[in-house]
Design a protein around this ligand. Structure first.
Ligand SMILES: C[S@@+](CC[C@H](N)C(=O)[O-])C[C@H]1O[C@@H](n2cnc3c(N)ncnc32)[C@H](O)[C@@H]1O
Length: 316
């Protein structure tokens, strides 16, 4: 019996399967391929059922759960593979986009996981609060940052920031986490940020823009047609981006909660479509002076390739 990584709350045990995983962000299993010639029933942790294997591919089907689970054996470092390392991704991609707001007094990081970005953010503030709904992550962050007395890690219920005082945050950050949750979770956090950020405080949140694509012909293609085209790399796929969120909606929700999007950079994520968005916003008391600057950047992954090459050549 072969154990395949636990992912999205699923522990998958399969026998007699040969896997050639196609890495996909956090999802290690869902587009793996098998050499199966017969359908299989996969048994997963809990009550979820995985469906079959057909035509050399299998597909996971799971009942929606409150919580996805991640494989933390590499602490999320493997998600930086397109950039070469998290250090390269931070230096080449993330830091240049937020450097204008650092250093600062208080940073709030939502959904830090095992602290892939906390590790860098902590050096740019007087105090850092990290909030995640997973006790495994919060315990890992507490261990990892035990010697950094200005870092405090809190477990939450996946939507509330009640442990953070009102008007206390200079800069809120989240990367590689808001791409999955539903609109209502994103909205719950934006509502909280409307009070937790200082007036003039800034935020940088990486979230789904997949909502822009849900009604396209591409998304209406029958799976039987889409799959081979994806395999041939003629189509790309959604990487589990949440279909209920888009850049437009995020901007509108910000506005409802006293936040103004300054820029929104729509980026591709391991494909061609701009399924992700990097929103930079601020808490403003008055009506915004300037409209949101919207940037459509189809070269985000090219940027990653360039950074990886550069990092390999120079180590910096
Ligand atoms: C893919 S990991 C990314 C972690 C980290 N941002 C990184 O880039 O390494 C997603 C993280 O989001 C957390 N998460 C998911 N939904 C959340 C929610 N509603 N509230 C707080 N944390 C959440 C998970 O527990 C996990 O730590």
């Amino acid at each position: 019996m072969l154990f395949i990584r636990e992912k999205h709350g699923l522990k998958i045990h399969v026998s007699a399967v040969r896997f050639r995983p196609q890495p996909c962000c956090h999802c290690h299993v869902e587009r793996s391929e098998t050499s199966l010639s017969r359908p299989l029933v996969f048994r997963s942790k809990g009550s979820e059922i995985l469906r079959f294997a057909q035509n050399d591919t299998y597909e996971m089907v799971w009942t929606r759960r409150e919580k996805m689970k991640y494989d933390w054996r590499e602490a999320g470092e493997e998600w930086s593979a397109p950039w070469g390392s998290s250090a390269a991704q931070w230096t080449g991609t993330i830091f240049p986009r937020i450097r204008d707001f650092l250093p600062t007094g208080t940073i709030l990081e939502i959904a830090p996981g095992f602290g892939r970005w906390t590790h860098y953010l902590k050096d740019y503030c007087q105090q850092l609060w990290a909030v995640d709904r997973s006790s495994e992550c919060i315990e890992a962050c507490r261990r990892r940052f035990a010697s950094d007395s200005h870092v405090r890690c809190y477990l939450n219920d996946g939507r509330s920031l009640s442990m953070i005082p009102d008007g206390a945050v200079d800069f809120v950050f989240s990367f590689d986490s808001f791409v999955h949750p539903d609109r209502e979770i994103v909205e719950a956090y934006l509502r909280e940020l409307g009070t937790k950020l200082k007036i003039g405080g800034k935020g940088f949140i990486h979230h789904s823009n997949f909502g822009e694509y849900v009604n396209t012909t591409r998304e209406r293609l029958p799976e039987a047609l889409a799959k081979p085209l994806i395999k041939l790399k003629l189509l790309d796929w959604a990487h589990h981006r949440n279909p209920s969120m888009s850049a437009d909606l995020f901007r509108a929700l910000c506005a409802q909660h006293g936040l103004h999007c300054i820029t929104q950079e729509l980026v591709n994520w391991r494909g061609r479509r701009l399924i992700d968005c990097l929103s930079l916003f601020e808490r403003s008391e008055s009506a915004p002076q300037n409209p949101t600057k919207i940037i459509r950047n189809p070269n985000f992954m090219r940027e990653a390739v360039r950074i990886r090459r550069q990092w390999r050549q120079t180590g910096a």
